[in-house]
Design a protein around this ligand. Sequence first.
Ligand SMILES: [Zn+2]
Length: 330
Amino acid sequence: MFTWLNKPWQQFVQSHAQGRLPHALLIRGREGVGKQVLAEQLAAALLCEQPGAEGRPCGRCQACGWLQAGTHPDLLWVRPEEEGKAIKIDQVRALNTRLATTSHAGRYKVAILQPADAMNVNAANSLLKTLEEPAADTLLLLLAAAPGRLPATIRSRCQQLEVATPDRDSARQWLLDEGIAADSAARYLELAGGAPLLARRMAAAEDGALRDQRLEQLQGVFAGRLDPVQVAKEWLEPAGPEVLEWWRSWVQALLRWQLGGQPPVEEDVAQKLQQITETVDCRQLFEMSDRITQALNATGSGLNRQMMLEDVLISWARLAGPARTRTISR
Ligand SMILES: [Zn+2]
């Protein structure tokens, strides 16, 4: 679990150890700060059959197995049916019914409402009845980034558990440890208001878009639609992961495919680069992989990066056959 969740976790462990666990906890904190991770950990601590030191879930018992698979019958999730929409009264009624029955495993029943501030008025009123007459061994976890949107009657019946936003330095360090480049980490942390998980999601989305773009550029250069010199220029900006790393992993996946293995795990790679596997042979792919490795090894050696990228991209375009290489400018 993330270090910045230690404080609310310890608060929970203490009240549990003292037998003072409330029936409902309102877990509040900024979007992307880890409220769900904390809620899942609290649920696991109550449902695990053999919690270890400090009440942590063991991760090995049957209950922990069910939790990891997302199939534990005593952990109930209530989320909007469509993202961004409200949690409706029917969903809360169904929850109330489930909570009124005995637990499957003979332990706690835990419900996570995420985000609780997405309940509409009717849903909130329906939940209020359960909060006023809670069943034994039941814990409701209400997750809210904007708890002020919840009716005061609901808030007053919940004990509050705050997930504070970590300080910038620890959040930044955590993002770096997650493999995010330093400039991206700083930029997205700013955009995410300091919430590390939201910053990581943003960085991953950008990486995904960039990866798709790189793949399409490689396809375009191979098909003669794009000019390798122009693409090399666009690759000069060192944004996100090293493009050569991606490229090499794709070429190696194509090689394995040609040598009689499975198509690449990433389906779009197989689709977009299929033309290449049909046109070139193993020897050419081996050479390509070596060229990319050489370029990778030369990175940072002071060699002109644009020239280097141009060279590799031009060899890539030449794979398509001698007929087309004449049209390539240099
Ligand atoms: Zn366990």
